[in-house]
Design a protein around this ligand. Structure first.
Ligand SMILES: [Zn+2]
Length: 223
């Protein structure tokens, strides 16, 4: 039996093989809070990853890949032309649980002040896309991230993310966690519903692909 050629034609938008293109699930939603997705390099080609679908669905998002982000100050600054004007500065919020046991000595996250979250248009949500271990590594490698005020999720329901191994129901995918955070910050969960519905379609597609590969190509990693 000849091995399957490694290089397959990729979709230029979602970067996946065309047979596994996820573009049909991209569901643009309105979101006043800006989103910066910092993606660990190991997630780029992970078929179960949700960051690209998230990015394709959030018009006000940026997706940057890396582990050490030398340009983080620029990424966290206002876009050129808006900086400096009174009241224009964005407040960066890190979507990450409080982890005092993993804090670099001398660095503590800024605490939120009353009223900080009142205007969604002033906020930028910073999301780390990686496994728990990798996201922690990103946090250590970028002390600036450790200084950001953190946003903890409230009242999170069970995850629909059934495709990642050893995923506990309360562990959300990057896409679900970001949608939950945006819903919390906008005080408007309905706005994100079309994207979460599309996410269920994405999960079903990944499960179908896994079944197909399981039958025909046992050498596929992680499936
Ligand atoms: Zn695509």
């Amino acid at each position: 039996m000849t091995p399957t050629p490694r290089k397959r034609l990729a979709c230029a938008i979602c970067l996946r093989p065309q047979s596994a293109c996820i573009c049909r699930w991209a569901t643009p939603v309105e979101h006043p809070v800006e989103v910066l997705i910092l993606q660990h390099p190991l997630e780029v080609d992970n078929p179960k990853g949700t960051a690209r679908l998230l990015h394709l669905s959030l018009p006000g998002s940026r997706l940057v890949t890396g582990e050490v982000f030398d340009d983080l100050p620029a990424l966290l600054a206002d876009p050129p032309g808006t900086g400096g004007a009174p009241g224009s500065a964005k407040l960066n919020l890190l979507l990450y649980p409080e982890t005092p046991q993993h804090q670099t000595p001398g660095i503590t996250p800024r605490q939120l002040a009353p009223g900080d979250l009142d205007d969604p248009a002033r906020l930028r949500l910073v999301v780390l896309d990686g496994t728990w271990r990798k996201s922690l590594k990103m946090l250590y490698a970028n002390p600036l991230l450790q200084q950001l005020p953190r946003l903890a999720l409230q009242d999170v329901g069970a995850s629909h993310y059934l495709i990642r191994k050893a995923h506990r129901p309360e562990q959300l995918s990057t896409l679900e966690a970001t949608c939950a955070a945006l819903a919390q910050l906008h005080a408007n969960a309905g706005r994100l519903q079309p994207l979460l519905a599309a996410f269920d379609g994405f999960v079903a597609q990944q499960m179908d692909l896994r079944r197909l590969r399981g039958a025909g190509s046992p050498r596929m990693p992680n499936f």
